[in-house]
Design a protein around this ligand. Structure first.
Ligand code: 5GP
Ligand code: ZN
Length: 115
């Protein structure tokens, strides 16, 4: 459930501090240390899973729905003109922390397609 070597597990268990914007029994949302937009929040499941694929294989679908519902709620709160949700799945897609997380980006115009 929790990996002692995982930085996001440490945030989930409050072993290390984060600027939290929401928390419940299944998920935690906190501001990214290196924001890529005026508002940049990460939404993580409390349960450790390295990837979206691992999470969907191991956890109930309702927990994934819960994660995205929370991300959407935060996006709607932070992004008056809209917001972007991103999951980087795997190192070649840009994943650098191997605990599933949804990026919520808002507060600026964004280009499509991403680089
Ligand atoms: P990824 O590249 O894996 O999709 O995104 C990982 C994100 O986590 C990056 O945007 C990075 O800035 C953020 N991050 C990494 N370590 C920490 C940390 O200890 N605290 C917070 N708040 N964000 C972190
Ligand atoms: Zn973890």
């Amino acid at each position: 459930m929790s990996d002692p070597n995982c930085v996001f597990c440490k945030i989930a268990t409050r072993t290390i501090a984060a600027d939290e914007v929401a928390r419940d029994d299944r998920a935690v949302a906190f501001r990214d240390l290196n924001p890529q937009a005026p508002h940049h929040v990460l939404v993580i499941p409390t349960a450790h899973a390295t990837h979206l694929s691992e999470f969907t294989a191991e956890q109930p679908a309702a927990d994934l729905a819960h994660l995205f519902a929370l991300a959407a709620k935060i996006g709607a709160r932070l992004g008056r003109d809209g917001y972007r949700l991103v999951v980087n799945e795997g190192a070649s897609a840009g994943q650098s922390v191997f605990h599933l997380h949804v990026h919520v980006l808002a507060g600026r115009a964004m280009q499509w397609p991403p680089g």
